[in-house]
Design a protein around this ligand. Sequence first.
Ligand code: NAD
Length: 352
Amino acid sequence: MKLLITGGAGFIGSAVARAVIGKSVDQILVLDKLTYAGNLASLRPIAASPRFSFLQADICDAVAVARAFEDFQPDVVMHLAAESHVDRSIDGPAAFVETNVVGTFVMLRAALDYWRRLDRARAGAFRFLHISTDEVFGALGAEGLFCEDTPYAPTSPYSASKAGSDHLVRAWRHTYGLPTIVTNCSNNYGPYHFPEKLIPLTIINAIEEKPLPVYGRGENVRDWLYVEDHASALMRVAREGEVGESYNVGGRNEWRNIDVVEAICGLMDEFRPRRAGSHRDLIAFVADRPGHDLRYAIDASKIERELGWRPAERFETGLRKTVRWYLDNSAWWQAIRSGTYRGERLGVLTEQ
Ligand code: NAD
């Protein structure tokens, strides 16, 4: 099988790329613009594989996208390229509308054009898998879970732009028959996570003994999924998912932000004790994000029941692995801190 993975130099896309190369015989083309969030160092473990290739391109560039379809001839598209950070969407929403909405439109138009020209057998097997977030459903109170049929109610420019892209994908299925599937996943964590998000930021600041910022009183609840479990869910959906359906993906791991930060401090105290006191002493409460959603939680029973997918990690085991990874891979995140990661090159890739 040939997979075109957009956003494959990002956090989740690179986990998918590493998993596909490591656990299957499939071929992949990663198409990525390499924004600040794209990092070729995250693809280094698979760069030497003859089944891996890379194209630096913008999903909003219709000519480049059409050429990628034509040259690579994918069986499956996994569309992950997006602007993904809620705080950045508040300060600069334009890039979110451009990439997440317009870019998805460009991808759908190119995919439809390509799909219509495939022979019957290949067209029947083709899938366009759109990777989205549980944030499109808005916020929950203390009770309840997001199901696949929960009405959309996005609240941030990020979630609104992702909701827009989900609607476009459904429209391309309904109107033109393109074989699409949508997944909506809860918060991911794990290795190679850009250090602007809560878990990697907390770990790296703890390693450097800097303050550990927590929004408000840290009461916001998120449902955390280890990124390799998300990758395994996406591979399962790409192979066995029902066309036209959407699947919620989550870890049944609801944690308050403050408890996540405290758990990281506990692991850091175990792995690298401070000379005096605990890493907990570094926790610093800061002014809350505007419109901060209180709670997200996913009901993942459909993908579990229909596709037999289950996460392999519990939060405690995944978080332990993640803290260990950041301690053992300081070169990866130090290159981000210093900015040198932007000059990263992978010699063996077919960069164009
Ligand atoms: P990320 O920010 O780490 O990576 C995004 C990647 O997309 C980067 O490599 C970036 O260079 C690339 N990109 C951005 N704009 C592009 C453009 N115009 N053209 C081509 N490439 C472009 O994001 P992530 O956390 O890996 O998320 C991947 C996808 O999964 C996103 O669609 C996101 O909405 C979704 N998602 C993320 C989470 C999470 O917790 N991180 C949860 C659920 C869903």
